[in-house]
Design a protein around this ligand. Structure first.
Ligand SMILES: [Fe+2]
Length: 385
């Protein structure tokens, strides 16, 4: 067995209605808080829920609602400067991965100084400012991971502020936050969670601890994603909320792999939503990778409810990948060749970025730049992988 480390410093509070815990948890972290969220959260009333609790409790706080999808370094630096000007002690992120990642990166600059670009080497010297995360999607797992993905406006690539200093104090998982989430966002973020769990499980950095969590998360997502998207039942939303955090815990202690290498390259260059890019690439990349870990992909199939009896390992594995593609199609995730922004002239650049991504080396079969180009060409021409 490979040697491994497992690190989960975040207190997780789970349950419908558990958002009310913000009252006590906020007061433990300092005198003045900053709610980090986006305009959509302000409009739809989810940020308001948190704000109301804080007001009732007479907590001193301000709101920063300048979050945008695929957060850029310059926006993070602006947010951190504001927090420091206002003598903020701690942060409360309300939103999806963009809000949580922005809050983590802002927290890193608040305690370590400098700009985002100074901290891409896992070199933070101080723990980030105390942070409570309240996810309002069920996808990124950012509430328990030790990284913040940053859009580098100089290179148009995604960089990452990471390491044990990027540590969320409290994650409040309240599936009531998902009650009114549009099906389209629920499905794409849910597919992101599935991608995290699958990649954490099949990749070379997996350990028995992450395997156990990842398999359970795959099973929970496989059983509940449709019901959550189509009917928003509290039971299915609970399962998706928990599974998303579990998937985050798994890949945060294992790794992701080449689905993410590609989706981050696509997100950096074309600003494609992370969950959509992952959902689109999960099955194609798995087809490329399956021979590197056939038993594991066969287990994924079982977790997704495939009857594997009488099937060879590879047949079972491929049946599981078919389920992934079916889910993406049911959720109307576009295929690569249907994306208008994609230009074959960019393939070289996208492949270069994907090949250089840290997670690429942990894919069951390490993909070279040429492999990525070949994959892009086949997908662009709508050919079989
Ligand atoms: Fe992801």
């Amino acid at each position: 067995m490979n040697s491994f480390e497992f690190f989960t410093p975040t207190k997780v509070i789970f349950g419908r209605g558990s958002i009310e815990n913000i009252r006590e948890e906020a007061k433990k972290l300092g005198k003045k808080g900053l709610v980090v969220t986006d305009k959509g959260m302000m409009k739809c009333g989810l940020a308001e829920k948190v704000i109301t609790y804080l007001e009732k409790e007479n907590v001193d706080f301000l709101v920063w609602s300048e979050i945008v999808p695929n957060p850029r370094d310059v926006d993070i630096e602006k947010g951190a400067a504001y927090a420091m000007e206002q003598n903020i002690d701690y942060l409360i992120a309300v939103g999806g991965g963009s809000s949580m990642d922005t809050a983590k990166a802002m927290g890193a600059l608040m305690t370590n100084g400098g700009k985002c670009e100074n901290w891409y080497e896992g070199n933070l010297e101080q723990p980030i400012a105390p942070l409570i995360c309240i996810p309002t999607t069920c996808g990124t797992g950012s509430e328990v991971t030790h990284e913040s993905i940053v859009n580098n406006t100089k290179t148009l690539e995604k960089d990452c502020i990471w390491g044990p200093m990027v540590n969320v104090r409290v994650a409040i998982l309240d599936s009531e936050m998902l009650d009114y989430l549009p099906g389209k966002i629920l499905s794409s973020t849910g597919m992101d969670a599935l991608t995290h769990a699958v990649e954490a499980y099949v990749c070379k950095a997996a350990s028995p601890l992450t395997d156990a969590i990842a398999k359970k998360a795959i099973e929970m997502i496989g059983k509940n994603i449709r019901e959550a998207v189509q009917q928003h039942t509290p039971e299915a939303l609970d399962e998706m909320m928990a599974a998303s955090t579990m998937a985050g815990m798994a890949f945060g202690n294992s790794d992701v792999a080449c689905v993410h290498s590609i989706s981050e390259a696509l997100g950096g260059l074309y600003d494609i939503a992370h969950g959509v890019a992952n959902a689109m690439m999960l099955a194609p990349v798995s087809r490329f990778s399956v021979k590197g870990a056939p038993e594991k992909y066969a287990k994924v199939a079982e977790c997704l409810g495939v009857d594997v009896q009488g099937k060879s390992t590879l047949e079972a594995a491929n049946a599981g990948i078919d389920v992934m593609q079916k889910l993406a199609d049911e959720f109307q995730i576009p295929h690569f060749h249907e994306l208008e922004v994609v230009n074959p002239r960019d393939f070289d650049r996208l492949a270069e970025t994907a090949a250089n991504a840290d997670e690429t080396e942990d894919n069951p079969i390490v993909m070279t730049k040429e492999d990525f180009i070949e994959l892009f060409k086949k997908l662009y021409e709508n050919k079989e992988i």
